[in-house]
Design a protein. Structure first.
Length: 237
């Protein structure tokens, strides 16, 4: 599929936050300055067939989720959809997480758990809790989350879908958070209950991880899509 090689800035002062690596991904721009800055997430460089179908659906979905989360601190606020394949939201003055193990305090992850709980209470799971979507506010250090396209929504807690799917999705968010907390704070800093939970992740999650490691990753490598990540050698002193 042909696509414009270079992302086209939506305004003269726009900064590119993330460049799309494929037709399935958006370019993410920051426009404006300071507290009034906005973020534009756009699939305008995707192939027209994708842009008008899958990408427009993803943007619609993320817009819906941001509207549901309105008023929660630490998530972007929905502004609008300037085009069916473009989403506009508030900019969070936040930085990415450090890449160093054992470099953070457990209390920060307790705040993140509170943020996740607020999201769950609105009937949404997060579903993609990883470093690229997790940020730390430059203003007060609090946790922030971006990228809400993948969240599922089911506010009716008595529905079958909620009982079968959403509860597991919430448990997946909690277990992923615990994994991050362990990595960033070290096992001994977890509470005794957390240490037990970290040793026994939910069964559906273990199955998912096994599928990813044993089936998905080798298949992607076979197709040449996902090169094996090399472990960095430790520097000798
Ligand atoms: N509202 C926002 N405020 C600040 N930075 C953001 C915001 N939205 C996205 N970003 C930045 O852009 C990057 C990519 O955005 P994301 O929504 O995760 O795109 P993708 O769906 O391609 O993963 C994030 O990792 C973050 O650095
Ligand atoms: Mg992302």
């Amino acid at each position: 599929m042909t696509r414009a090689k270079h992302p086209h800035p939506p305004t003269d002062d726009a900064d590119l936050l993330k460049r799309a690596a494929s037709s399935w991904q958006p370019d993410v721009w920051k426009t404006g300055e300071g507290g009034r800055a906005h973020v534009l997430k756009t699939y305008e460089r995707s192939h027209v067939l994708l842009r008008k179908t899958v990408c427009a659906w993803l943007i619609r979905r993320e817009a819906r989720n941001l509207r549901i989360l309105e008023g929660i601190n630490g998530v972007p606020q929905y502004i609008g959809r300037p085009a069916p394949w473009t989403l506009e939201m508030t900019w969070l003055d936040a930085e990415h997480m450090p890449e160093m193990k054992h470099s953070m305090e457990p209390e920060w992850f307790d705040d993140l758990a509170v943020l996740l709980r607020k999201i769950h209470r609105r009937g949404l799971n997060f579903g993609d809790l990883r470093r690229k979507n997790l940020m730390r506010s430059r203003v007060d250090g609090s946790p922030c989350l971006v990228d809400f396209a993948q969240c599922m929504h089911e506010p009716d807690t008595s529905s079958l879908f909620h009982r079968i799917v959403m509860r597991r999705a919430f448990a997946t968010d909690d277990a992923t958070l615990l994994k991050l907390k362990k990595w960033y704070c070290g096992g001994p800093k977890l509470t005794p209950e957390e240490q037990v939970l970290a040793r026994n992740p939910p069964r559906h999650l273990r199955f998912g991880r096994w599928m990813k490691r044993g089936l998905y990753a080798p298949l992607m490598r076979l197709l040449g899509a996902k090169p094996r990540r090399r472990r960095k050698k430790k520097k000798r002193r």
